[in-house]
Design a protein around this ligand. Structure first.
Ligand code: AP5
Length: 209
């Protein structure tokens, strides 16, 4: 199945794309993670994206469309994939429609008050990128990654000012995709307000419906 996870920053796209990816054995493709890796390695693309990501703005369409075109051409996508954080604009969605057929779009709907709480509690591993939450998904040892022992930090763009900008950008540029995929009959909205197990179950039910 070729899937898209749509939703505001902090709605749980990454968390639930990872759970489903492990469950059904198709890759999770996160443009945010790919860009952050490029930034860490200091590649040309990473340097180009730095000012956008740190300001909570979207990286230009041509850059992310290029990332996705290359990634979808890899062998592990042959049996399906989960796009996490792409597309985020109508031009990105139109470019994607020319590359592949999308089967389903899961729209994670979470109120802004809960999003703000989740993002202020999110911690990520500075070494391997694994994601935690001090309230809902704490590591076994405070401040230390369960997977690799790296130090947990807050993402630079999770500060309140940048989160406000990311939410504004979401409403202006990404939310129109809800209508775009509704019109194609592919959209399934899931209220991602429950705990992770219940939300993961709701997503599976929505995919089977
Ligand atoms: P990206 O990394 O994609 O950030 P985002 O869309 O803002 O999404 P987040 O990663 O913040 O949230 P999420 O929905 O994945 O939530 P999560 O699962 O972590 O992009 C970052 C930047 O890269 C963008 O601002 C932009 O600059 C650039 N970029 C990326 N893609 C782009 C594109 N296509 N075009 C242009 N620019 C692009 O969950 C959040 C927290 O809540 C976690 O702590 C988690 O543990 C917790 N949580 C999640 N679900 C639950 C649940 N059900 N119950 C309890 N806790 C939960």
């Amino acid at each position: 199945m070729n899937l898209i996870f749509l939703g505001a920053p902090g709605a749980g796209k990454g968390t639930h794309a990872e759970i489903l990816s492990k469950d059904v054995g198709i890759p999770q493709i996160s443009t945010g993670n790919i860009i952050r890796e490029a930034l860490k390695s200091g590649t040309e693309m990473g340097l180009k994206a730095k000012s956008y990501i740190e300001a909570g703005k979207l990286v230009p369409d041509d850059v992310v469309i290029g990332i996705i075109r290359d990634r979808l051409a890899q062998d592990d996508c042959a049996n399906g994939f989960i796009l996490d954080g792409f597309p985020r604009t109508i031009p990105q969605a139109e470019a994607l429609d020319k590359m592949v057929r999308i089967d389903r779009v899961i729209n994670l709907d979470v109120p802004e008050s809960l999003i703000l709480r989740r993002l202020s509690g999110r911690r990520v591993c500075s070494n391997c990128g694994a994601s935690y939450n001090v309230d809902t998904r704490p590591p076994k040892k405070e401040g230390i990654c369960d997977v690799c022992g790296g130090t947990l930090v807050q993402r630079k763009d999770d500060n309140p000012e940048t989160v406000r900008e990311r939410l504004k950008v979401y409403h202006e540029q990404t939310e129109p995709l809800v209508d775009y995929y509704e019109k194609q009959g592919k959209l399934r909205t899931v209220h991602g307000t429950d705990d992770t197990d219940s939300t993961a179950r709701d997503i599976k039910n929505a995919l089977e419906a």
